[in-house]
Design a binder for this molecule. Structure first.
Ligand SMILES: [Zn+2]
Length: 151
């Protein structure tokens, strides 16, 4: 169903972070928890299909992969150390299990973590989630800043 983002509404009032993070982690809208956040694996829907909340303001960028790498690296490292302490695996088994587990865990965690990051951004009204213009500075804004500096 197509949405006209110029007529979608923005929620008002205080926003709690943890419910929004949980909803984002579960691939649902941080506002209503009903509509899906992702239209594709890591592509956030422009607006919530259930409540119309604007989600296109998200700017998660490299933060979800950073968190994912940090978690997966610790899990894999603990696994390797544990196996080395309690078992004697042949090299081919190490070379099969750990890379495979790294890939599977990374792919499984990336979307929920990105959802949680977007949920946090929404709750804290970061970027355009607070109703501010989140686009790059336009010509008039740049001119106004240049005027302020020279005045
Ligand atoms: Zn919603």
């Amino acid at each position: 169903m197509p949405y006209d983002i110029t007529t979608s509404r923005m929620s008002v009032g205080p926003r709690e972070a943890w419910p929004a993070i949980r909803r984002g982690f579960a691939n649902t809208c941080p506002h209503c928890g009903k509509g899906r956040m992702f239209g594709a694996y890591l592509k956030v829907n422009a607006v919530c299909e259930a409540c119309g909340e604007e989600l296109f303001h998200e700017q998660a960028h490299d933060f979800p992969p950073y968190i994912t790498i940090s978690i997966v690296a610790h899990v894999i490292l603990m696994g390797i150390v544990t196996v080395e302490q309690h078992a004697e695996w042949p090299v081919w088994l190490h070379m099969t299990v750990w890379p495979l587990l790294t890939i599977v865990l990374s792919l499984a965690l990336m979307q929920p973590i990105k959802g949680a990051v977007v949920g946090y951004q929404w709750a804290r009204r970061m970027h355009g989630f607070g109703g501010d213009d989140d686009g790059p500075p336009g010509r008039s804004q740049r001119e106004a800043r240049a005027r302020d500096r020279t005045a």
